[in-house]
Design a protein around this ligand. Structure first.
Ligand code: GLA
Length: 390
């Protein structure tokens, strides 16, 4: 760690303490609190260190967010969450997300471990959409389709990081300007993502964006969780998802358009919590589906709960989004990860809170369009805990 860097960060934090006000607009999501209501002065702290250099010579920093329970690392390359260390029921700490120990493997092809995904997370059919009579052609990187922002999405760029102080809560803010035409998208899109650890043992992720031309947008986080610490599969994890319906897909994982009921199917994680492995074999390839979250009102709602029986670790997911991709690491094929662990199929699961896949081509899905003068907002919370012991 460089003393000059610490000095700069301290100065920035102080400046923001004096002057930073959270932006509010009168759009539909302006009532989403960016700071939890019961927020007291935080006991968390944020530090940074040099992590490495990209092939084009850009320096990458790794930020550490810590409180007395949880330690989270996030780097400026891809605004990627590289590590979340959380205690189990006996207080033993372990890293509960998949990833790598150093920067280099992240610079190679990998399955979006921990990444901030954009400009449009998930798929856009045939990498094309129409808007105001014009047809736009996006980069295609998943068969004929566009996936997770294209060939060089937000997961593969270096973000600008700064520390801000928002009403006593210290936050790590990552910024990125996606220029007009990048990966085929219209408009200069200015994106900010704020990460912070709140006193309730939760990682808050607040997304903000503005544009100078109408564009589709769908930002999410692609962390692969494994609540037993990543050395075994996630099939014993018990999952509750607050969704009565999901979006069935074709063989290219593009939604067919209709919403299907989960009741009576292997997709039903609503009636009661179900181990991921209980019915996964009935789903060809495993779960990789968008759930239509119940009671969506653009406010922060609890949408999923996961618990791991051996360690007692739990994860609760809250979001302002209408959908959540539940993905069970179906495409993991022995990738060498942290500590030399080979990440095999189903070694991690993702809960990618989002607008529905292919929304730009599906007028009946919730709107994913952002126009000049509007502000995009998305908040997702991953709350870590342990199951109450009987
Ligand atoms: C998403 C997709 C999956 C897969 C992973 C990355 O979750 O829905 O099909 O592409 O990303 O491997």
């Amino acid at each position: 760690m460089f003393p000059s860097k610490i000095l700069v960060l301290c100065c920035l934090a102080t400046l923001f303490q004096l002057g930073c006000q959270n932006k509010t607009t009168d759009n539909e999501m302006s009532d989403v609190p960016s700071t939890p209501p019961d927020q007291d002065q935080t006991a968390s702290s944020i530090t940074s260190a040099f992590f490495g250099t990209t092939a084009s010579g850009d320096s990458v920093d790794l930020y550490t967010l810590t409180d007395d329970q949880v330690t989270i690392k996030i780097m400026t390359y891809g605004a990627i969450v590289t590590s979340i260390i959380a205690p189990d029921k006996d207080g033993n700490k372990a890293d509960i997300v998949l990833g790598f120990d150093s920067l280099d493997p992240y610079l190679q092809q990998h399955p979006y471990f921990g990444a901030t995904v954009g400009r449009y997370g998930n798929r856009i059919a045939n990498g094309t959409f129409s808007l105001d009579g014009s047809t736009y052609t996006l980069a295609t990187n998943n068969g004929p389709n566009h996936l997770h922002g294209g060939l060089k999405g937000f997961d593969k760029v270096v973000w600008q990081a700064e520390l801000i102080n928002d009403q006593g809560q210290e936050k790590l803010q990552m910024s990125y300007l996606s220029i007009d035409g990048e990966e085929g998208y219209p408009g200069n899109l200015s994106v900010k993502v704020q990460f912070y650890l709140a006193t309730d043992g939760a990682l808050y992720i607040d997304y903000f964006a503005t544009t100078d031309k109408t564009t589709p947008i769908n930002l999410t986080n692609h962390s692969y969780f494994n609540l037993n610490g990543g050395s075994d599969d996630i099939l014993d994890h018990e999952v509750y998802i607050k969704a009565s319906r999901y979006t069935p897909v074709d063989e290219g994982l593009i939604p067919l358009g209709q919403l299907a009921e989960v009741a009576g199917t292997p997709f039903d994680f609503l009636a009661q919590p179900m181990p991921i492995g209980a019915r996964i074999k009935e789903v060809p390839g495993g779960y990789d589906h968008n759930y239509v979250l119940n009671d969506w009102d653009s406010k922060l709602n609890t949408v999923a709960r996961v618990s791991e029986p051996t360690t007692g670790r739990t994860l609760e997911v809250l979001t302002t989004e209408p959908g959540m991709q539940f993905y069970t690491g179906n495409f993991l094929t022995g990738i060498p990860g942290k500590g030399g662990t080979a990440y095999e199929q189903h070694y991690g699961f993702c809960m990618e809170t989002q607008h529905f896949p292919d929304s730009p081509n599906q007028p009946d899905f919730p709107s994913c369009w952002l126009s000049p003068g509007e502000e995009y907002r998305q908040t997702t919370v991953y709350r870590f805990g342990v199951k109450d012991q009987e």
